[in-house]
Design a protein around this ligand. Structure first.
Ligand SMILES: Cc1cc2nc3c(=O)[nH]c(=O)nc-3n(C[C@H](O)[C@H](O)[C@H](O)COP(=O)(O)O)c2cc1C
Length: 305
């Protein structure tokens, strides 16, 4: 029997299948090599990178919730220099595209990071996390203001020739407006959704559970919201959309493709089962084979409404 064609393309990045790993849930790839054949997934998206190393927030910074988890890791990462010196060499030998998720505390930091990574040949593209406060402008989150999002995406666009994926926050009133701002600024692709801001409380202690008080909600609990937002954005932009949010199975992944995603990212599922991304990629092949679907691209946006 012929195996289905699982390949897709995002802004010129060729993926063997649509399964990517979501930033912050898969380390720098190497940590997951004991559990996942990194050459069986579509792309590796690394932990959010900043110019300087960050220690992240105090603990506790993760808590399980019904159907999901809240995290307030605080974007802990090794910083640009150590990433290039210590993480890139391992990834060089892996025949899978590496996309670097990046963020800054100011507009300028985003630009500087993008231009520094432009020279790193192992990096196939960047994913810009705009769910970060702009310290120079009263802490307003880039990703909740269309003008701020436009400015940051345009600067990144001007700072690199690599494909630019912009990752949208769901913590907005109109996600389509945000997507349009990113398209207008020159984004090559959109990924969504990042986590939804939430909170957990310990009644007996009368304290918030997370040291940071609030955290980002992820996992199956957010899937319906993510599906709705991916659907809304995919039908209103012409660039590829990557679906993220509560994908735990091949069925979930294919649902995101039906509503218009060209590829998907696996996040919280990797905490439950570190080989989830590989399992989902394999199960997608099995599903298509069983249904006699010869090419996964036939499912993209094939939802009948
Ligand atoms: C522990 C943890 C850390 C994360 N770190 C990042 C990050 O550094 N940058 C980013 O853009 N998203 C980050 N995310 C968000 C995920 O990439 C993803 O968008 C979100 O969790 C929704 O997908 P899921 O429900 O499959 O987990 C993080 C999520 C979790 C759970």
């Amino acid at each position: 029997m012929m195996l289905p064609d699982m390949s897709v393309e995002i802004a010129g990045i060729k993926l063997r299948n649509p399964v990517m790993t979501a930033s912050g849930t898969f380390g720098y790839g190497e940590e997951f090599a004991p559990y996942v054949n990194l050459e069986e997934i579509g792309a590796i998206i690394t932990k959010g990178l900043s110019l300087k190393p960050r220690a992240g927030n105090p603990t506790p910074r993760i808590v399980e919730t019904p159907g999901g988890m809240l995290n307030a890791i605080g974007l802990q990462n090794v910083g640009l220099e150590a990433f290039i010196a210590k993480k890139v060499p391992y990834l060089r030998a892996v025949a899978t595209p590496v996309i670097v998720n990046l963020f800054g505390n100011t507009l300028e930091e985003y630009g500087e990071l993008a231009s520094s990574l432009d020279h790193v040949s192992e990096v196939s593209g960047v994913e810009v996390n705009i769910s970060c406060p702009n310290v120079k402008h009263g802490g307003i989150v880039f990703g909740t203001d269309p003008k701020a999002a436009f400015d940051v995406v345009r600067l990144v666009r001007e700072s690199t020739i690599k494909p630019v994926i912009v990752k949208l926050s769901p913590n907005v009133t109109d996600v389509v407006e945000m997507a349009h701002a990113c398209v207008d600024a020159g984004a090559d692709a959109i990924s969504l959704i990042n986590t939804l801001t939430g909170m957990a409380v310990d009644l007996e202690k009368r304290r918030p559970v997370l040291a940071n008080i609030t955290g980002g909600l992820s996992g199956p609990a957010i899937k319906p919201i993510a599906l709705r937002m991916v659907w809304q954005v995919a039908k209103s932009v012409k660039i590829p959309v990557i679906g993220i949010g509560g994908i735990m199975s091949a069925i979930d992944a294919l649902e995101f493709m039906l509503v218009g995603a060209t590829a998907v990212q696996i996040g919280t599922a990797s905490f439950l089962d570190p080989s989830a991304a590989q399992t989902i990629a394999r199960d997608m092949v099995r599903y298509l084979s069983e249904k006699g679907i010869t090419d996964v691209k036939k499912l993209i946006g094939a939802l009948e409404v």
